[in-house]
Each structure stands twice: as C-alpha cells, then as structure tokens.
Design a protein around this ligand. Sequence first.
Ligand code: IPM
Ligand code: MG
Length: 363
Amino acid sequence: MNFQIALIPGDGIGPEIVAEARKVLDAICKKYGHEFKYKELLLGGASIDVHGIPLTDETIEEAKKSDAVLMGSIGGDAATSPWYKLEPSKRPEAGLLGIRKALNLFANLRPAYLYNELKDACPLRDEIIGDGFDMMIMRELTGGLYFGERKTVEENGVRKAIDTLTYDENEIRRIAKRAFDIARKRRNKVTSVDKANVLDSSRLWRKVVEEVAVDYPDVELEHMLVDNCAMQLVKNPGQFDVILTENMFGDILSDEASMVTGSIGMLSSASLNETKFGLYEPSHGSAPDIAGQNIANPIATILSGAMMLRYSLDLDKEADDVEKAVQAVLADGVRTGDIMSEGCTKISTSEMGDRICAKILGE
Ligand code: IPM
Ligand code: MG
C-alpha cells in the first residue's frame, strides 16, 4: 500500500527520535512491500528559526494532504532559549496548540502501562503495583482552558490575568463517544474525571457523559473528581481502564500517569479527528538538555509510529510487529540511559532503532 506521511521532527531530541521511527517504518515497508512517501514539515522552534512563527499555513496544508503526521517534540529550555523572549502566541507551544486546532484533533489518546521488563523503573512499591496496570487516558484536546479567551489587563494599577474554560455539549459528546468506543476494545470501563463539585463546565461534562453512557450499557461508567484521581493514580493505578477527561486535567494526569510507569520514554500518543487522520507523538517532551547526543530513548516515537499504522493506516499486523520488536529488544536486555537498570547493556538512540529494525526483519 502507498501512504503519504508528514514528519515533524521539531526541536530538542525530536529530529533524532523521528529519524529512528522513520527507520522502523522503512523496515515495515521493506517487509510488507508498502511504500511510504515522507514530507518533512516545520513546527515549533524549528519553524520560528526559519519563518519567525511556530506554525505556518504551509505546514497545516501539507499535514492535511497527508494520511497521517508523525511528530517528535517541540519546545526548548524556557530559561535560555531565545524562542521564549517572543510573545506567548509566537512561542513553540503555540504552534503545537495551533496545529491541533487547525486539524481538529480533539481526541488525544495517551496509553500508560507498566512494561514487565521495566518493572524496576516503576517508582511505586510492589504491593501497589500488584499485577501491573494498563490505562488509556482520553484527553479532550481542542477545547477548555487552553483554547478559551485570555487576556492580561491592569485595573487601578493592579495586574490581572483572565483565562476562560468553556465546553459545549457537542465537544463533550464526541470525546465521550470515543472513550466508550475504546473502552469496548479494552476492559469496558470508563472513569470520567472532572471537578463537578466546583465547576459548571464539569457539571455539564458529567451530564453529557451520562447521556452518552446510555448507548453503552456494556461499559461501566464511574465519575471521579480530578484531585481524587491524582491521588488514586499513585494509590491504586490498576483500577483504571479508560480515563476520560477535559484538556487541562488530561494534560496534568497524563504526565502523572506516565511518570508512575517509570518509563516516560516508552509512552506514545495519538491525536485524532473525526476521520482516520491523526497526529502521533511521544508523550514526553523535547529534552533540550540531552539533544544531539544520540542518547535519547526513541521507543515512544517508534511506538507512536505503531499507533499510526494501526489507527490511521489500518495496518494492524504491521503495528503488532513494531510492538513485538520493541518487547523483544527489551527482553534482550538492552536499554537507553533513561530506562537503564543493573545487568543491562546501555545503547544509543540509533542503535536502539537499528535493533528494533533487525527484529522486524528477522535479521
Ligand atoms: C502536552 C504538552 C502541551 C500541552 C504543551 C507543550 C502545549 O504539555 O502535549 O501535554 O499542554 O498540551
Ligand atoms: Mg503536557
């Protein structure tokens, strides 16, 4: 099959990890006789350096023309990078928020699970880990506080900043449906997370989620307040299957969940719209402190490539192959620095990519 893939290397370790993911996709193409055409696009700091803005119309148009987008990471060190001297709407992060909105990528899937091979890296005690955990955070990605009106004013000599948190029922319904659909393919449970004891937007969220749940009698629904959820994630992570939540809560909880796995360098994510199209990126950031050293962990990006094969290109078998190759390489006892443990062999970013390719090709 032929596909057009947009690649956004981005900033920091982005270019290195995307290069490895591309290698892995090429290995899949070689094995199965597919042809992927790649187009590299600028976003974030890389776009600022060339065009002065973090997101251009060209990047949006080229992304729209492709079957899917695979991204590395964007952003730099806010204390030292010149990008952060620009006004907020021109900084790298604004580019990422902008492309999500422009492509209507409202459904953000962030899996967080414990790899058996990496149990030692999990910061939780054994009795809390129990049989491990495997959850999918469904974060609403184009509404709420991050996209509401905001301004900073001065009133009678006092500076004041205002952000607005808005959701309409259609925005809530479409993400809730996605969450229930995904729960059906997993363990049939949705935990909807809100702050309904305080926020109107959360009270509407809860009502609409309950309306959607009527069509999914086979899926168990529970509601949880966000502060309690933050606690439960470290107290009993095994209780969660699908966590459904709004944009900011999902931003925060997904970082917490990935840290709880102890291996944030392993976790992928997908951002989807109403069609098959999606943008795929690792859950971690651009790690500017280790950029360019060939030591970053490329696995989260490689697994994001697997999600792309599965969700946007309908290549399930190929996606399985990538995931199995990752497992097999971990079982061989090789690790990048971030997931290194005693008795294992430390390898570089590119070597990790090469080894995963070799497993796929049976070399
Ligand atoms: C994420 C990031 C972004 C977000 C930032 C970089 C705008 O934290 O993908 O979680 O908040 O969505
Ligand atoms: Mg975040």
